[in-house]
Design a protein around this ligand. Structure first.
Ligand SMILES: Nc1ncnc2c1ncn2[C@@H]1O[C@H](COP(=O)(O)OP(=O)(O)OP(=O)(O)O)[C@@H](O)[C@H]1O
Length: 555
């Protein structure tokens, strides 16, 4: 995306009202300042006791000094008040942009189809949503600063034009030249900004991996290596940041030297060549002294924008990619499973050249329990994902009671499916909060019924019963207890189909028995599809289906 393109995209996301208010307030602050400088001419002329020697393009107001001074103070006050409002609007615009980008990114990720989601790197998504979008906020701040500075500089040049067109044109041209000379630096800042985005991605990825693998790291004694890997990432980050600071410092120094040169030329032009009187030279000098730091700020803002705006482009690109993979709206009515769930010659390939499922045909009677077995990589999870409507097949169809699922009905079907994975995922909070998360607004009786159905009655004897706080991720409980609460949460939706992905493979035998008994008692009421290599679930299942290299094994 080009500089203008990104700027336009940013203001397109920002509220129009805020962008217009920002422009108007920037104009007011700039114009009041410019007018203040012009007013200095008659004021200084009055002090000097004579009018300016050069004709001015405006008639000097015939006002007493007190009125002119009062007008000067009024202009400063208008500027000060407008500046307060401008800052607040700029802050709102920045916050609005960050929140809007973040929510668009989160919604786009949540709305994307599962197959696309599986191909995404978590670290990159995290880095984008947390860090890069904050950088987008900084870019917005720099852009609003650029708007303010552009207005202010134009107003100063306009004021200088009124005071002395020749000097203003020379000064303006010199200022423009200085900004032009900055272009290589802003291009470099942009490249550094892109590099910084990549570095944040990999830092997040590395950090996520390290925190998730603490147990393994400790047990293998790899703490030193894990710390070193992170430290290498940090070094890369600091290198990218340092490059930016170095360029900014060089830019600043160049501006100071360039400014001194321009000042010397202007002084020579005004005094030796044009022979301007003090009432002209002093306001011009004041304008110049004011313009120089503004140019400095413009340089910092340009560089900051170039450096941070790739974050906006990254965010917009990701939102677009996720948007292209968006699922359609769910069908208004979810299909009900009362007779059978069927796979009709279903094929699916995740990666070219490796077919996960090949023309699989299978009927699962409603109200029965089917155990899926097979070697690792055989295609069990893929079949379970198809059954739960998370993904659709490349060929063939999945149907519920004879009705084929399409993209819209698949999404609606998910409302009737509960999924329990191997590692129970509980949220911080109480048992009740965890269960209500699946079905907000459910009453106490429903919560208790789900806990009973999932053989999680042990909850009732916890110190505060269903209001017992589970701590982070339910750490206070054993794996088997956590799994039974996870099953109860799944049952809160009163599902037609329960999919268990090796849900009992890591729990103690008491919990396994309790869960198996719970599932068994659902016979006739709910359909259960359980991925299980061995153990009780395969024993109590009405039917065991073995998958072998993407096909149903016939033994
Ligand atoms: N997101 C994915 N991207 C690429 N390939 C995938 C993806 N998910 C699964 N596969 C591949 O599809 C095949 C079937 O995988 P699947 O996870 O369904 O097998 P599984 O029987 O559930 O294995 P496991 O018991 O190890 O979980 C495997 O070859 C696997 O590598």
């Amino acid at each position: 995306m080009t500089f203008d393109g990104t700027l336009k995209a940013m203001f397109a996301i920002a509220s129009r009202r805020q962008a217009a208010a920002l422009a108007i307030l920037s104009l007011i602050t700039a114009a009041s300042e410019g007018l203040g400088f012009v007013l200095l001419v008659p004021i200084i002329a009055l002090f000097a006791g004579s009018g300016p020697a050069m004709p001015l393009p405006f008639a000097l107001p015939d006002m007493p000094l007190s009125a002119m001074l009062a007008m000067f103070v009024l202009l400063v006050a208008v500027r000060a008040v407008a500046e307060i409002a401008r800052r607040l609007v700029a802050q709102d615009l920045r916050a609005g942009l960050v929140d809007s980008l973040r929510m668009r990114a989160v919604k786009a990720l949540l709305g994307a189809n599962w197959r696309w989601t599986m191909t995404q790197r978590r670290g990159a998504s995290e880095a984008l949503i947390i860090t890069n979008i904050d950088r987008a906020g900084y870019a917005a701040e720099m852009a609003t600063a650029l708007v303010r500075l552009a207005f202010a500089l134009v107003a100063l040049v306009a004021a200088a034009m009124v005071v002395s067109p020749a000097a203003a044109l020379t000064g303006g041209a010199a200022g423009g030249l200085v900004l032009l000379l900055y272009r290589p630096l802003t291009r470099r800042a942009r490249a550094l900004g892109n590099a910084l985005s990549r570095t944040y991605d990999s830092l997040h990825e590395r950090l996520g991996e390290t925190l998730g693998a603490m147990r393994i790291i400790k047990s293998l004694g790899r703490e030193g290596e894990a710390a070193k890997a992170l430290s290498d990432e940090l070094r890369g980050l600091r290198r990218a940041e340092r490059g930016y600071v170095r360029d900014a410092a060089i830019g600043h120094a160049a501006l100071q030297i360039g400014g001194a040169l321009v000042a010397a030329c202007l002084a020579w032009l005004a005094l030796a060549w044009l022979g301007l009187p003090l009432s002209i030279v002093l306001p011009l000098a004041a304008i110049f002294v004011r313009a120089l730091p503004l140019l400095g700020e413009a340089q910092v803002a340009m560089q900051g924008w170039s450096h941070a705006s790739p974050a906006i482009e990254d965010a917009l690109a990701m939102i677009e990619r996720a948007g292209a993979a968006a699922e359609p709206e769910a069908a208004t009515r979810a299909p009900r499973l009362t007779r059978r769930l069927s796979f009709e010659s279903v094929s699916l390939t995740h990666r070219p050249g490796r077919t996960a499922l090949m023309e699989v045909s299978l009927d699962i009677e409603a109200g029965t329990m089917v155990a899926l077995t097979g070697r690792s990589g055989a295609g069990k999870s893929t079949l379970a994902d198809l059954a739960s409507g998370l993904i659709g097949p490349d060929a063939g169809a999945v149907s519920i009671d004879g009705t084929r699922l399409d993209a819209a009905s698949r999404r609606a079907w998910r409302e009737r499916v509960a999924y329990v994975q191997q590692e129970p995922l509980l949220f911080s909070g109480t048992v009740r909060q965890n269960l209500l998360w699946a079905r907000p607004g459910a009453d106490e009786a429903q919560v208790k019924r789900a806990l009973e159905e999932a053989a999680a009655q042990f909850v009732f004897s916890l110190p505060e019963g269903i209001d017992c706080d589970l701590g982070e991720g339910g750490r206070a409980l054993s794996g088997g207890e956590r799994q039974r609460i996870a099953l109860a949460r799944a049952l809160m939706r009163d599902p037609d189909l329960i999919v268990l992905d090796e849900a009992t493979s890591a729990v103690d035998s008491e919990s396994e028995q309790a869960i198996a008994a719970a599932l068994h008692s659902m016979t006739g009421k709910r359909t259960v599809l359980a991925i299980a290599h061995r153990g009780l679930l395969t024993e109590i299942a009405d039917r065991v289906v073995r998958i072998d290299r993407g096909r149903i094994a016939t033994d």
